[in-house]
Design a protein around this ligand. Sequence first.
Ligand SMILES: C[C@H](O)[C@H](O)[C@@H](O)[C@@H](O)C(=O)O
Ligand SMILES: [Mg+2]
Length: 397
Amino acid sequence: MAYTGLPRIKHVRAFTVRGGGADYHDQGAGHWIDDHIATPMARYPEYRQSRQSFGINVLGTLVVEIEAEDGTIGFAVTTGGEPACFIVERHLARFLEGRNPAEYEKIWDQMYFSTQYYGRKGLVVNAISGVDLALWDLLGKLRGEPVHALLGGAVRDELQFYATGSRPDLAKDMGFIGGKMPLHHGPAEGIEGLRKNIAELATMRERVGPDFWLMLDCWMALDVDYATRLALAAHEHGLKWIEEAISPDDYWGYAELKRNVPRGMLVTTGEHEATRWGFRMLLEMDCCDILQPDVGWCGGVTELLKISALADAHGKLVVPHGSSVYSYHFVITRHNSPFAEFLMMHPGPSEVLPMFHPQLIGEPVPVNGRLRASALDKPGFGVELNRDLPMHRPYAR
Ligand SMILES: C[C@H](O)[C@H](O)[C@@H](O)[C@@H](O)C(=O)O
Ligand SMILES: [Mg+2]
């Protein structure tokens, strides 16, 4: 019987939603994730206390829906909001409607190279990622398989997670394998701020004991000199890795920082990097020990497959930036992705909440810091969209 492909794509729709979810920085007041966290904008005192003050949550969530001619709908969420809806409906949709959803390589190629003149990283690749993730969700639903099965299958029985949040001590009690804290003070707060950063780390080390992983997430806020001094001072408190310490554009700075940090301390980055070409730069300039692409921002699953293979050939780990089921289905299929990130979205954070809460119905969460592969066995990414949320389709066709 001749191969006729899968039911063709009939509609691509793009919506925006506010309030947490994939734009997880879009939280209410008093949340740990917006409490005096060091950023590149902290050099301006008026933007130092809150990242929302300079617009970290300005975009909101992009929801991409892809409907096949048999009525099956695949969807995905990522960061992008209304401008990403424009890119999806006015530019990218033409490369999907009428097509076989199994042709994700050609579709990705056309989405990327048709937007290369104004995209390549950031919002445009977020939009491409959202479409690609929705396509993989649709593929899984049409084939009756979870995405991890489409990617070659699980290589282990369960996922283990480290937790990102302000309370690694609580994360340890919840069974996570480590705790990554946001850095609160950057270079603009001088030696006093550096001392406070180290004091916070020392306090947590005291609380969690000598073996629990402790990491610092510096969210692009530092320069090489400050990051080096921070790493040297943090070494006595057993810092496992220093994350995204400097600008994602400063590949040279990362290579220097990686030479500077104490032996045994890891340098990590990548959540604001995009495509195989961006990660090739990080690998070939020896910028880091662990690559942390966000599958909703780096180009989607189709691109993460390429990034991961390149990293594996260089002997590097790929531990995707927290992106809920969209990274879990990938991580469980790759040997060079031995654990995953879980971003604590509870304001405390004193309890485990689904990472993209409240947007995904059936979103699995770690129990005792782990998630069985069997929890990921529904078709596609195994979640449904919470259609009770107020969704807006600004560029309906
Ligand atoms: C906790 C960090 O400041 C960011 O908010 C977080 O999104 C990201 O950097 C991470 O690695 O989880
Ligand atoms: Mg980070």
